[in-house]
Design a protein around this ligand. Structure first.
Ligand SMILES: Nc1ncnc2c1ncn2[C@@H]1O[C@H](COP(=O)(O)OP(=O)(O)OP(=O)(O)O)[C@@H](O)[C@H]1O
Ligand SMILES: [Zn+2]
Ligand SMILES: [Zn+2]
Length: 811
């Protein structure tokens, strides 16, 4: 017999390609009216309880005999919007990932649920006293355990006992939903009678019930006839008494655990001419309500943030929402504070520094429309706004907008995609736009807006390039050129601050034996161990796995005491600085000093309060920080960035040099930047020293075009890894063969299977295949098919495969 009912398509929360499709369940009678796409559910799947998301609801469908019911619907309201579900589907086709991967990228992990079948006491049958007296009964009463837990504790006889009791109806099965964290709620007391009635009732109880009278009076005097229920002020009894007489009711409302640092409200500065030109241009597009991508190219300190703020104001006036993406590292309380000072609690923040609970609550505030400005790192591009008007990507050139795990999405792509859907404006901002973004401008897919001068009209810092070969010739073996040393002294004695930049953490890049040439490597990875020195203790660490070994003076190969550290790191600068100028107060900011929560902020604030003269740092310090007292920026070795084997090395060098130079002279004095290098003639260095973006861009653009690198093609990088080198190589070769067998367009280039840049990490060998193409649509089906085929096989052999579409880097 066939039945007609509501069929629900569910995406099961489980990794793996095998489950990568919606599965059909039916909604029980009492839920047919309430099930909606985007709700979380629990279903039974191969005798297990699995969480999932409703993908689609199909009413009036035939329910087949083998179809199972939904076991539970977790949410009253969906946690994902329809547009987000469509976005998930788009992610799958754009980046070759499973639907579950796509949904997990969009929905914070804080929303994860587990279903657990438990046993608990029945209520409909009288239970004999001898049963009530058993330890097993007590255990069930206290713990509501799963059958498995009972078996583990009471063995086979316990399990048999349990089954019998279930049969008799003494116990019942119950599906318990375990949420990772629950939404936090606050209780409000809401007036149910007019103020006059409340005041009269208050007078009535003045003598006999003081607290009730207080409550009624406070309620009568409140603006909106409601007050937040603080248990410290009114206890349960007081509130219950007032509620029982129909004077008030209690309303439970969701709230956020995230508390704000109080920032005083700020007044808007008068815009500079440049800023107002840009703001009105964006405003006109917002008025038109049509999608448009802008690239705001504004030099360091040009006041891009103020442009963002004004454009957000214009967006809110249209009743729409805005999202602002900032690199994770730049998302400091200072940065958020600038927005908070202007918009107050209309902003929500989303980043990895939040606790699970905070993330969940902020998501809820956005979903309910309580917050209509979202500030966050990469994944905030997925924030559940329903009326997107403006999507800003600050520091657009940052590589961190590309996610390195599956799905390998690029937040800038997603930003454009979502803006198109909503007819919203995408605004990319940078002092050093990426070649990718400029390519969009050249292709007519984005329009450029310029802010060529600093907001305070001060000049950009003077940049001097020092050839370190000259220093050596003159016998200066220190890390600091004599010019940099002079400037450090001059700056500090003028009571100004110094930033020293080096893009390498640790004490030294590697240990090399001068007797036999041996380089000390990680036993598990194909990479040199980095030298670290903490509290005078030297040790060698692998930056790719957790391996660490103590420093030994003798070479492991030839046993000679000839080991020497090569390639300076930030720790060594700190040491040299303290040796040369013992009185200097120094702070260091890199991955090693900012591991613990709040440490990054402590360093930033300490430097802001001038508790240090010098801040040493890696690329972390180059981003968006606005320190008014910094006069001097020193780049210790520009070459470390140039020598990275990456087609973007020139671009990254130019960007980092320009960004870090931009930290100098932002307010009080003119800035000075000194770049030390062994390659002073390199165009990335000369162009950045002259603030000459055009020359750099033209040169780099033509190199990319000639050698065919993005943005002049798109790349997909396939990577196979396995402990057995033959299997890793085999998988890559198989992927390559599959591609070559298919008929791909002529413009596609396949770079043969070869070891990846680091051939082995954590004892796994890595082989890759790189594909260059013009249009993803023309290769997608073939690549997707080949990938699934090889990946399934590789997983059976205990290896892993990944595919990075629109890859920004190789290997
Ligand atoms: N219209 C204005 N009038 C006065 N000061 C302004 C104005 N706009 C911005 N500023 C100030 O100029 C400084 C630089 O602004 P902001 O940090 O926004 O620059 P930016 O373009 O983001 O620079 P970067 O790319 O280096 O991070 C800030 O201290 C800011 O308060
Ligand atoms: Zn040796
Ligand atoms: Zn290692």
């Amino acid at each position: 017999m066939t039945r007609i009912g509501t069929v629900v398509e569910v995406i099961i929360d489980s990794p793996g390609l095998a489950l990568d499709k919606p599965f059909s369940y039916y909604a029980p009678e009492h839920q047919t009216a309430s099930v909606q796409a985007g709700q979380r559910v629990v279903v039974s799947f191969h005798h297990q309880h699995k969480a999932g998301i409703i993908w689609a609801v199909r009413p009036n469908e035939e329910i087949t005999d083998n179809m199972k019911p939904l076991l539970d619907v977790v949410d009253e309201q969906p946690v994902l919007t329809r547009e987000q579900l469509e976005l998930a589907e788009w992610l799958c086709t754009r980046y070759v990932c499973t639907l579950n991967d796509a949904l997990s990228a969009i929905l914070p992990g804080a929303f994860r649920v587990k279903g657990k079948m438990t046993v608990r006491l029945g209520t409909s049958v009288d239970v004999p006293d001898d049963v009530l007296a058993t330890p097993l009964w007590k255990y069930v009463a206290d713990h509501s355990p799963s059958v498995k837990e009972v078996s583990a504790k009471f063995g086979r006889t316990g399990k048999a006992q349990l089954d019998a009791w279930l049969e008799h109806g003494f116990l019942v099965q119950h599906l318990a939903i375990q949420e990772e964290v629950k939404a936090s709620v606050k209780n409000w007391i809401v007036a149910e009678k007019p103020s006059s009635a409340l005041l009269a009732a208050a007078q009535n109880r003045e003598k006999r019930a003081r607290r009730q009278a207080d409550l009624l009076r406070q309620l009568a005097e409140s603006d909106r006839g409601e007050i937040e229920w603080s248990r410290r002020v009114y206890n349960k009894g007081t509130v219950a008494a007032v509620v029982s007489e129909g004077l008030a009711s209690v309303d439970e409302r969701p709230t956020s655990r995230l508390s704000w640092v109080e920032v005083p409200a700020a007044v808007a500065p008068v815009l500079t001419e440049g800023q107002s030109r840009v703001v009105s241009r964006i405003g006109m597009t917002l008025d038109a309500g049509k999608h448009q991508t802008y690239l705001l190219h504004g030099v360091t300190g040009s006041g891009k943030t103020e442009v963002y703020i004004r454009s957000i104001e214009a967006t809110l006036q249209k009743g729409k929402s805005a999202i602002v993406l900032v690199p994770e590292i730049a998302l400091t309380p200072q940065m958020v504070g600038r927005f908070y000072a202007r918009f107050g609690e209309r902003i929500a923040v989303l980043h990895s520094g939040l606790t699970m609970g905070e993330r969940r609550d902020e998501w809820g505030r956005i979903l309910r429309g309580e917050a209509n400005i979202v500030i966050g790192a990469r994944s905030a591009v997925f924030a559940p706004v329903t009326r997107l008007g403006l999507l800003i990507v600050d520091e657009e050139h940052e590589p961190s907008y590309k996610q390195e795990e599956s799905p390998h999405y690029d937040a800038r792509d997603v930003a454009i995609r979502r803006s198109e859907t909503f007819g919203a404006v995408t605004l990319f901002g940078s002092a050093t736009p990426s070649l990718q973004a400029l390519h969009l401008v050249e292709q007519g897919q984005a329009q450029i807006l310029m802010l060529p001068v600093r907001a305070n009209k001060r000049p950009l810092p003077r940049v001097d390039v020092i050839d370190m070969r000259d220093e050596l010739r003159e016998g200066n073996k220190s890390l600091f050129s004599s010019r940099l040393a002079d400037e450090i002294e001059a700056t500090v004695s003028a009571n100004q601050q110094v930033i020293l930049f080096l893009n390498r953490r640790g004490y030294a890049a590697s240990m090399l034996c001068r007797a036999c040439g041996e380089r000390i490597r990680c036993p598990h990875c194909d990479i040199s161990l980095t030298v670290h020195r903490q509290g005078g203790q030297m040790s060698l660490r692998c930056h790719y796995c957790a391996y660490e070994e103590p420093y030994r003076a003798n070479c492991p190969a030839c046993k000679e005491p000839a080991l020497r550290a090569f390639g300076i790191g930030t720790e060594q600068i700190e040491e040299a600085l303290k040796e040369q100028w013992p009185h200097l107060r120094v702070l260091r900011m890199d991955v090693d000093t900012t591991r613990t929560k709040g440490s990054l902020q402590r360093i930033v604030e300490g430097f802001e309060r001038r508790e240090a003269d010098v801040l040493i740092g890696t690329q972390m310090i180059a981003k968006g920080l606005d320190f008014p007292h910094v006069r001097l920026v020193g780049v210790i070795a520009a070459d470390t960035m140039l020598s990275v084997p990456d087609y973007r090395a020139n671009e990254r060098t130019f960007q980092l040099l320009t960004q870090v130079a931009g930290r100098a002279g932002r307010a009080e004095t003119d800035g000075v930047t000194i770049i030390q290098t062994y390659r002073p003639e390199h165009f990335a260095i000369t162009a950045s020293s002259r603030h000459d973006f055009q020359t750099f861009y033209q040169e780099e653009r033509s190199q990319r075009e000639v050698f065919r690198y993005p943005p002049f093609c798109e790349m997909a990088v396939f990577l196979a890894s396995h402990e057995d080198e033959r299997l890793a190589r085999g998988a890559a070769s198989r992927f390559e063969r599959e591609l070559r067998r298919a008929s791909l367009p002529d413009d596609v280039a396949i770079i043969p299977a070869s070891p990846s840049g680091i051939q082995r990490i954590e004892d796994k060998f890595r082989y890759q295949v790189v594909l260059k193409y013009q249009h993803w649509d023309s290769v997608r089906a073939v690549v997707d098919g080949a990938f699934r085929l090889v990946k399934l096989k590789m997983n059976q052999y205990g290896g892993a495969c990944r595919l990075d579409v629109n890859a920004q880097r190789i290997g």
